[in-house]
Write a protein that binds this ligand. Structure first.
Ligand code: HMG
Ligand code: MG
Length: 296
């Protein structure tokens, strides 16, 4: 089927970045087929998501589930008004992602030194240095770059993280040229008070319009954490259909905030997301069926 050229004309008072195909599926033990990934991305586009993190151009040795990144990015549905992004750790990943048609790149580092080493085999400084050619390459192709700060509240190895440590990394990513910086509660154990303190510290380094909230939901507080960040002016939040996910290098981290829950949460407050909640419910029902992800 040829890609639709119909622009997405929807009102949004908040932007939800659907990270399920990447942050959700990367943690699935069973290898999900490329065909199912492409079907999921198409269904998410039909729901009205304007930003979908489609895959990760990371080492297949580190994250086998993302080994088909090239086929996923090349095969993913294209729509006017839809931006497909790719997570990349280095220039090699950035080059491959751009060649495959990524429309946004996302680099990732951490406020915790130990997590940086476990997740990317390098220090925070070394990771930031790897982003310099990534951001230059993106600029050459006029693509925006998002930067993630993992473990902005807690680290699975170091425990609680000082708000100032997250803010310091936000400042570095800002200086490198990231258009948006997502502060992440990687293990999903943050509380609204601690998110408030972390975001407040980050706001000393970046405007609220430059920041996004990425909350996992291990402790069941992700929606309250969204509200804490919203109260400080953030208007971009990540979630994953079906609440899929976790990080293979963050033991104990459960799924991402479920997209359906986030959409309902905003709807109940009269805040427009531009997402069709009935279509999204169909996607989440499909993901809940173990047959879909090949678990049975
Ligand atoms: P390394 O082993 O130190 O790297 O890994 P290397 O440069 O020595 O390369 C080793 C091999 O990987 C080489 O292949 C490279 O070609 C290959 P070989 O010669 O052995 O056959 N390689 C690559 N292959 C494909 N794409 C690439 C790439 N780069 C090197 N881009 C590296 C360092 C960063 C590559 C590795 O540690 C890695 O890929 N880590 C990714 C880990 C990951 O994806 N974690 C999950 C995503 S982060 C996350 O979930 C958090 C987030 O959601 C926010 C939050 O919640 O906190 C974003
Ligand atoms: Mg994550």
């Amino acid at each position: 089927m040829p890609p639709s050229t119909e622009p997405l004309r929807v009102e949004r008072q908040v932007t939800i970045v659907e990270v399920g195909p990447r942050d959700g599926l990367q943690n699935e033990k069973h290898l999900v087929s490329t065909g199912l990934k492409l079907r999921l991305i198409r269904m998410l586009a039909d729901c009205g998501f304007a930003r979908i993190e489609a895959t990760a151009f990371v080492s297949p040795k580190w994250v086998p589930q993302m080994a088909d990144h090239d086929a996923v990015m090349r095969g993913a549905v294209r729509r006017a008004g839809l931006v497909l992004s790719a997570l990349v750790p280095n220039e090699q990943g950035a080059q491959a992602a751009i060649t495959a048609g990524a429309q946004e790149l996302a680099v990732f580092t951490s406020a915790s030194e130990t997590f940086s080493r476990r997740n990317t085999n390098c220090t925070i400084e070394e990771g930031l240095a790897r982003f310099v050619p990534v951001i230059a390459l993106a600029a050459e192709h006029a693509l925006p770059v998002r930067g993630y700060v993992s473990c902005a509240v807690d680290c699975p190895y170091e425990g609680p993280i000082e708000p100032g440590a997250a803010a310091k990394v936000v400042a570095r990513l800002r200086d490198l040229g990231c258009a948006e910086i997502a502060v992440a509660d990687t293990i999903g154990m943050a509380t609204p008070e601690r998110v408030h303190a972390m975001v407040l510290a980050c706001l000393a380094e970046a405007e609220a319009t430059q920041l996004a909230g990425h909350f996992h939901d291990t402790g069941g507080m992700a929606l309250a954490n969204v509200d804490a960040a919203w109260s400080l002016g953030l208007r971009v939040f990540d979630s994953a259909a079906g609440g899929l996910g976790g990080c293979p290098y963050a033991p104990g981290a459960a799924g991402n905030l479920r997209s359906g829950a986030l959409v309902e949460h905003f709807a109940s407050r009269g805040i427009a997301t531009g997402i069709d909640s009935e279509l999204l419910a169909n996607v989440e029902n499909m993901l809940a069926d173990p047959v879909f992800l090949g678990k049975r």
